[in-house]
Structure formats: structure tokens, C-alpha cells
Design a binder for this molecule. Structure first.
Ligand code: NI
Length: 195
């Protein structure tokens, strides 16, 4: 049956759903048409909004599911590509003490970016959308994106990690005043982790 994709509404900071811990899904729930259709809509909504990722809690569903996709992303042109990934019941484990400075934004935090420290090496485990095991070691910006998305499933937003509030900026002011400095960090992170 032909089915139109549905674009979901994205919750904005202040809505309590963004502070809720998502619940794990059983294998049976994951296989259900309801959840599989939801995953299609989550991915479609993420792509429509040019997000690098989108978590179920961001579209008002307290389920432990998030999607990631970075392919020449216009919001984050410096990020190395991440193939379309759907994570179910993900857990994250820090693999080293290394951190890096990231300048993050979020579809649930309109027109704001801020500087956060992220772990540079993590292992993500969980399920793929078909219920098979997902295990991946991620580094650099990919590790940062994973931390951002999985944070959403624990009710955390990037603003919680901004230790210096003076780094908060709109996207326009980021381009004007912070981008050049951050691009030096980007080059260092790419050289260290993405070559
Ligand atoms: Ni986000």
C-alpha cells in the first residue's frame, strides 16, 4: 500500500518531553508496524530538517530510538559523513579520557549554538531497526554526534554541557564571530580522528 511519509513536529526546549528518559523497546514492539512506521517518519523528519540526528523524544515519543545521518550536511558542513543509522535502546561507553571542543546546535533549541566538551572515543551498543545487534566504536565528531543524540534519550540537551555560557550564540553570530576560531579546532579534530 502506498503511504505518504509524515513529517513530525519537533519539540522545542522547555517542553517536558525533552527532559524525559526514553523507555526501552522490546523486540516485539520494535518489529511492530507502529514502531517501524514511526522510524520511517523519524528519519524523514530528520532529513527534512537537515538534522545530523533526531531522537524520538524530540518528536514527542518517549521511546529509546534515535536516527543519525550526516551527508554533506548544510548545518554542519565540517562533519564527516555518517551513513543513515537508526539506534534502538542505545548505550554509550566512554573509551578514553580524551575530549574535544565542539560547537553544537539542536533542532529542539532554535537558533542557538554553544561550546561543549565531548568524549573523543566512545563505543555505542544497541539494536538496529531490524533488531540485530549494533556495536560501533566512534571517534571525533561522529562520537560527538552519538553523544548528543543518545543524550536526548536520557533527557539531556547540549545546553546542559555548555560550561561557559558566554559561548552561546545565534547561528548568524556564530558565522560572524566564532566560526573562524572553531574551524581551527575542526581541522585539528579532523586531522587527529578522521584521517
Ligand atoms: Ni539535538
Amino acid at each position: 500500500m502506498l503511504r505518504w511519509m509524515t513529517l513530525l513536529k519537533i519539540a522545542q526546549i522547555g517542553h517536558p518531553i525533552l527532559r524525559q528518559t526514553a523507555r526501552h523497546l522490546s523486540a516485539e514492539e520494535l518489529a511492530s508496524p507502529e514502531v517501524q512506521t514511526f522510524i520511517d517518519d523519524l528519519v524523514e523528519t530528520m532529513m527534512d530538517a537537515n538534522g545530523a540526528g533526531l531522537a524520538a523524544t524530540q518528536v514527542y515519543k518517549p521511546w529509546a530510538i534515535c536516527a543519525l545521518l550526516v551527508k554533506d550536511n548544510p548545518r554542519y558542513p565540517y562533519k564527516p559523513n555518517i551513513p543513515l543509522t537508526v539506534l534502538v535502546n542505545p548505550q554509550i561507553e566512554v573509551l578514553s579520557d580524551e575530549t574535544f571542543e565542539n560547537f553544537e546546535g539542536c533542532l529542539s533549541v532554535p537558533n542557538l549554538r554553544g561550546q561543549v566538551q565531548r568524549h573523543a572515543r566512545v563505543r555505542v551498543t544497541g539494536w538496529n531497526r531490524d533488531g540485530s545487534d549494533f556495536v560501533q566504536e566512534c571517534v571525533g565528531f561522529t562520537a560527538g554526534t552519538m553523544q548528543h543524540e543518545i543524550d536526548h534519550l536520557f533527557g539531556r540537551l547540549f545546553v546542559d554541557h555548555v560550561t561557559d555560557p558566554s559561548t552561546f550564540c545565534t547561528w548568524a553570530e556564530f558565522d560572524r564571530h566564532h566560526k573562524a576560531g572553531f574551524m581551527q579546532t575542526v581541522q585539528a579534530v579532523v586531522a587527529k580522528y578522521h584521517r
